[in-house]
Ligand binder design. Structure first.
Ligand SMILES: Nc1nc2c(ncn2[C@@H]2O[C@H](COP(=O)(O)OP(=O)(O)OP(=O)(O)O)[C@@H](O)[C@H]2O)c(=O)[nH]1
Ligand SMILES: [Mg+2]
Length: 302
């Protein structure tokens, strides 16, 4: 059977489990994951090399993780929705993922309409079935099949990998014959320094509450590599002095905790020791600045 390949976007509401699914299918962490909605702010490519197995050809799936579909207010949120729209264009298939433990609401309706407008094969993934009683699944499948002519409705757990082999089989079946777009050992197109900034941001999101996670962003300002040590300086931007105080914490304890957790993870990914310096700066209203928000996009930087 001939090699197949294609571009497949993962679309869904905030917190549905898009980035968890991306990481599971890629087999490495390429996108950050937190329990807070609106964690992902950019399109993130993850490359999956699918081995042949009975009845399935070998191939390469280029997955595109996206920010959760929401009603944008700030410049940051508008940028996030532009990323979603960019991911919808010219794809070979779409994975529409929903949290099956949540009731279908107006936000889900809006997301579905968005996906319907672009056409092409759409798989509906009912995620988080590890938290759902089996008996509840059938009525949910019946309800969704009324809403759109999905290619297939597949119950999965991105957390436990339940249903993911089936998903790969089904996606491969709709992909065209095509080349290997990326070398076999490449898992993402993000530069390491951007992934490092994301990991710091993940720790800020995990450690802080209320408005602080949403008002924070991370920029790597210095990146120096030697064979055994990577030296990184990053700035955590927030919008107010009070938020800065929270991120730094009493006697700097919070920032230390964020830095240590991030450093361990970046060391694991890079395979070198990492010297990580973090600074916190206030930039009032940065989320409203279209210019600043665009500057944050690594695709604009490289
Ligand atoms: N129980 C369970 N939890 C899951 C599953 N998939 C994801 N989660 C959890 O759901 C939360 C959100 O996961 P993410 O992967 O960040 O969701 P997302 O859709 O990328 O969210 P945004 O980036 O904010 O749009 C995290 O706490 C995950 O651990 C699943 O299959 N089962
Ligand atoms: Mg995400």
């Amino acid at each position: 059977m001939a090699f197949r390949s294609g571009f497949v976007s993962i679309i869904g509401r905030p917190n549905a489990g898009k980035s968890t699914l991306l990481n599971k299918l890629v087999g490495e962490k390429v996108a950050i994951v937190t329990p807070k909605p609106q964690t992902t702010r950019n399109r993130i490519l993850g490359i999956v090399n699918v081995p042949a197995r009975k009845g399935r050809p070998a191939g390469q799936i280029v997955l595109i993780d996206t920010p959760g579909v929401h009603k944008p207010d700030s410049s940051l949120n508008k940028k996030m929705m532009r990323e979603v729209h960019a991911a919808l264009e010219g794809r070979d298939a779409i994975l529409l993922i929903v949290d099956a433990t949540q009731k279908f609401g107006p936000g889900d309706r809006f997301t579905l309409d968005l996906v319907k407008r672009v056409g092409g094969p759409v798989f509906l993934l009912l995620n988080k079935i590890d938290r759902l009683e089996k008996a509840r699944l059938l009525p949910i499948i019946a309800e969704y099949s009324q809403l759109h002519d999905f290619c297939e409705i597949i119950p999965i757990s991105a957390l436990t990998s339940d249903g993911l082999e089936l998903l790969l089989d089904r996606v491969m079946a709709v992909l065209p014959e095509g080349p290997r777009y990326f070398p076999k050992d490449q898992i993402t197109d993000q530069p390491e320094r951007f992934l490092a900034a994301e990991i710091v941001r993940e720790k800020v999101l995990l450690e802080t509450a209320q408005e602080v996670p949403y008002a924070s962003t991370v920029v790597v300002e210095r990146w120096e590599e030697s064979p055994r040590l990577t030296s990184v300086a990053a700035v955590v931007y927030c919008e107010r002095e009070g938020q800065k105080g929270i991120i730094i914490g009493r006697r700097g304890e919070m920032l230390k905790k964020i830095g240590t957790a991030a450093r361990h993870e970046i060391e694991r990914i890079l395979g070198t020791r990492v010297f990580l310096e973090l600074f916190v700066k206030v930039r009032p209203g940065w989320r409203e600045s279209r210019e600043f928000v665009e500057e944050l996009d690594w695709r604009k930087q490289v």
